[in-house]
Design a protein. Structure first.
Length: 76
């Protein structure tokens, strides 16, 4: 069984239970600048949960890769 676009989920736990890092994401990508660039990001919330119950939530920023067809390749 598969899902398109692919969606990933994960859990990473410290062996001593100090923290747990969990989340899910899917890739959202769009071609721009007449095909010379792509803009995308991993959409989904990530959480770091600590032993004392405090939680940090974050999402990854949008990235842009240019220079696919011409010019210098850069990643912003």
């Amino acid at each position: 069984m598969s899902h398109h676009p692919p969606i990933s989920a994960f859990i990473v736990e410290h062996p001593d239970g100090i923290f747990r890092y969990e989340g899910r994401f899917e890739y959202k990508v769009k071609v721009c600048d007449l095909g010379n660039a792509i803009r995308g990001r991993q959409v989904g919330e990530n959480r770091v949960i600590f032993k004392d119950g405090s939680v940090i939530k974050f999402q990854y920023p949008t990235m842009k890769l240019t220079g696919l067809l011409y010019g210098q390749r850069t990643l912003d």
